[in-house]
Design a protein around this ligand. Structure first.
Ligand SMILES: Cc1cc2nc3c(=O)[nH]c(=O)nc-3n(C[C@H](O)[C@H](O)[C@H](O)COP(=O)(O)OP(=O)(O)OC[C@H]3O[C@@H](n4cnc5c(N)ncnc54)[C@H](O)[C@@H]3O)c2cc1C
Length: 426
């Protein structure tokens, strides 16, 4: 399709909407983003950007700037709730992938994408402070209803409207009025950050405890944070709780979760101290959204969390949201018209991403921590090889990495690529 003649309106300036704008611009399109908040602020905590997410940022020409705001992931180590090591694997280029896996503050990544959109597409490419309240289609065009901060209504008309309006997407609700309602899983995440000395190699991600009962993930997201000489560390605890507001900005407290870690003795860090020194703690309940059978309605397309909200585990939500933009731009450039491009986009993405949505409801490779908990009856072990042989764990990891689209390089399922560190036999 010729790019200059196509009006594209994107609703939402999160990672999905911003990355889509940049990808479309690379193909010669001139999209405009309509965002509800009057000012974009670097909100959120950590995101674990997988190798395929880094590849997208590289293809956007942002690798150097992304490296400057993020931390290279070197190795991933798994422990039981006592802090006994059960498995380890290398990450990103250290594992042999062509791209790095990197840890970043969500807000810093969003700001990088936002700045780049303004630089490349111009200051008028992002309209802030306008909320989309609905869409209508007529004569091969889409009209978006917008309302600003003062309640003033307006409309924009485009050839294609892209709904990148996140987990509470109004465009998804309009497109799928009969879709099942989101359901609270009974598990909540406490998401916090702590400014502290680096631990492990400085690029280590720790997975601690049994999933579902008191699981914790810890990783660094910024070195020398704001010139402090210290590392900003992101940690996430999952535990059961009666509460269900799907809002990224709810504040929480560590008092509820500290008792889970009284017996936890990790060689790399004091997790209780880290939690007590938290700068911020947010609550985010795990809410189940059923996969959609279509993301398109005529000339309207959903992308990112609006299309495929998944439990925010392991960074795939953000990475898949970023991938959507490149796929859309490629299909639009190749197809003779918008409906053909949207059909091709769905064919390319829908089945695969819905598979990841479903896989994230389970434990993924984190299942090894539950297996160890069950096989030991929740007790300490003497030799991990008697509880979870390395080859068994390796097969689980190889299968999972292939499922999310980054098969372990040069290894088939069953090949031994994981390892145990010198601390595994403490
Ligand atoms: C405040 C916030 C904090 C987050 N923190 C984390 C985190 O710490 N870790 C993590 O893994 N993920 C976090 N996420 C989610 C993460 O950004 C997404 O899972 C992923 O990056 C996909 O991004 P997205 O662009 O599809 O959705 P989002 O990042 O949710 O972006 C959606 C955007 O659409 C805008 N919007 C919504 N409705 C409308 C409307 N009607 N009209 C116009 N604009 C609208 C929103 O204001 C937002 O800017 C956070 C999201 C938000 C909004």
């Amino acid at each position: 399709m010729t790019s200059s003649s196509l009006d594209i309106a994107i609703v939402g300036a999160g990672p999905a909407g911003l990355a889509a704008a940049l990808r479309l611009h690379q193909r010669g399109f001139r999209p405009r983003i309509y965002e509800a908040v009057p000012e974009l602020k670097p909100l959120g905590v950590g995101i674990d950007v997988k190798v395929y997410g880094t590849r997208e940022l590289d293809e956007l020409g942002l690798l150097q700037e992304f490296r400057a705001i993020s931390v290279d992931a070197r190795e991933s180590i798994f422990y039981n709730k006592y802090g006994q090591e059960i498995y380890a694997e290398l990450c990103g280029v250290h594992m042999g992938y062509l791209h790095e896996q990197r840890f970043v503050h969500r807000g810093r990544l969003q700001m990088l994408l936002y700045r780049t959109v303004l630089e490349r597409l111009g200051a008028d490419a992002v309209v802030l402070g306008v909320r989309c309240t609905g869409y209508a289609q007529h004569d091969g065009r889409v009209t978006l209803d917008l309302v600003d901060q003062e309640g003033r209504a307006s409309q924009v008309t485009a050839d294609l409207a892209v709904g990148a309006d996140g987990i509470r997407s109004g465009m998804r609700r309009q497109m799928h009025p009969g879709a099942s309602r989101p359901v609270y899983s009974g598990i909540t995440m406490w998401r916090g950050t702590t400014l502290m000395e680096p631990f492990g190699s400085g690029g280590t991600i720790l997975h601690i405890g049994a999933p579902q009962t008191s699981s914790m993930i810890v990783y660094p997201i910024a070195d020398d944070f704001e010139g402090s000489g210290k590392t900003l560390v992101n940690w996430v605890v999952e535990a059961t709780r009666e509460e269900s507001d799907e809002d990224w900005n709810q504040l929480g407290s560590v008092d509820e979760i500290l008792p889970y870690y009284e017996q936890c003795d990790i060689v790399h860090l004091d997790v209780r101290e880290m939690m007590r020194n938290a700068r911020e703690v947010y609550l985010f309940p795990l809410i189940r959204h059923d996969p959609l059978d279509t993301w398109t309605d005529g000339r309207v397309l959903l992308i990112g969390d609006a299309a495929h909200a998944m439990y925010p585990r392991g960074g795939n939500g953000a990475c898949q949201a970023i991938v959507d933009g490149g796929a859309l731009a490629g299909q639009l450039a190749a197809a003779p018209d918008v409906p053909t491009a949207l059909r091709a986009f769905e064919e390319q993405r829908l089945r695969a991403v819905n598979g990841i949505v479903i896989a994230h409801r389970g434990e993924g490779y984190e299942v090894i921590r539950r297996m160890v908990e069950e096989r030991t009856g929740g007790e300490r072990f003497t030799d991990i090889e008697d509880v979870l042989p390395l080859a068994e764990a390796d097969a689980i990891f190889s299968t999972y990495h292939a499922l999310v689209g980054q098969p372990r390089p040069g290894h088939g399922a069953g090949d031994a690529t994981g390892f145990r560190t010198e601390n595994a036999h403490r």
